[in-house]
Write a protein of this length. Structure first.
Length: 285
């Protein structure tokens, strides 16, 4: 455990944490640099939990208390990768091979964290919601929109009517025509992006089933979601890049896609083969 990053320690312990400690974990993962400058009283106020909950969270990770946690986290952060915090001028003094290796290792950690933290029960519920739905809207603002396009291309091959949208007004127009037989899936790293939360709220108010993919299960997006699929990201909440969060989102979409294929059985294989043949015919030989 000594060589593990705080990120790895939290994501490994996360599935077994009580709900109150998960609130602390979510906040720490997204705000670690700020947490290191906080007193325990400041942290409890921000998260909305009691001091004993914070101490129990620290104990769950193997620390004797909040002070011990902060000291260890600070030491480990000094060795954290390039993209854990925002890009700054000092980054460019580092050897390029070291930077690239650091980034790719961070992405590897995100995949491993996804494997360890995935909730297969919720994933299976989400997969069945996709299978049963007539129309599906994937929505994500900013960089999450790219993941929605990828999801659209995947699920179209299974014969689903799917849209991958990153424009809020377009998504609202589409969802306004949805009903209880359809599905809205929103992808958001923080879970608090205004457009994403608003779209989920609109869907919920109109009786449309909803799914959220986010790093924070305590976020506003989760309040309007029937199922929450937790993703993992190593960059800070205010990072100028979205590299590891993107990898975590791709991983969760792939996991969901495979679950749908498995649940559909041979029907899914037939449809994938059919679309593959069409694609192959478009290749010049």
């Amino acid at each position: 455990m000594k060589n593990d990053s705080i990120f790895e320690m939290i994501t490994t312990a996360y599935p077994n944490l009580p709900q109150s400690e998960k609130k602390v974990a979510d906040y720490v993962i997204n705000n670690l640099p700020q947490v290191l400058r906080m007193t325990v009283q400041m942290l409890t106020k921000e998260v909305g939990v009691s001091e004993p909950t914070v101490f129990r969270f620290c104990n769950s990770l193997g620390f004797t208390g909040f002070k011990d946690f902060k000291i260890s986290a600070a030491e480990r952060m000094s060795n954290e990768d390039y993209f854990f915090s925002d890009i700054n001028k000092d980054n460019f003094k580092t050897d390029i091979q070291e930077l690239i290796t650091s980034v790719l290792r961070s992405e590897e950690d995100t995949i491993l964290a996804t494997i360890k933290g995935i909730d297969f029960t919720k994933l299976n519920i989400a997969a069945n919601m996709i299978i049963e739905s007539k129309k599906i809207c994937f929505f994500g603002a900013g960089s999450s929109g790219v993941i929605c396009k990828d999801a659209m291309l995947k699920f179209i091959r299974l014969g689903k009517s799917v849209w991958g949208i990153n424009d809020y007004h377009t998504a609202c127009n589409l969802v306004s025509l949805f009903n209880a037989e359809d599905l809205v899936i929103c992808i958001t790293n923080t879970g608090n992006t205004k457009e994403t939360v608003n779209l989920l709220k609109i869907a919920r108010e109109n009786g449309i089933p909803t799914i959220a993919m986010t790093t924070s299960v305590q976020s506003k997006a989760c309040q309007y979601s029937d199922v929450v699929l937790r993703t993992f990201a190593r960059e800070s909440l205010y990072s100028r890049t979205a590299m590891t969060s993107r990898i975590g989102q791709y991983a969760m979409v792939d996991a969901l896609f495979m679950n749908v294929i498995h649940s559909m059985g041979t029907v899914s294989i037939d449809r994938l083969e059919k679309t593959k043949k069409v694609s192959n015919n478009l290749i010049f030989k």
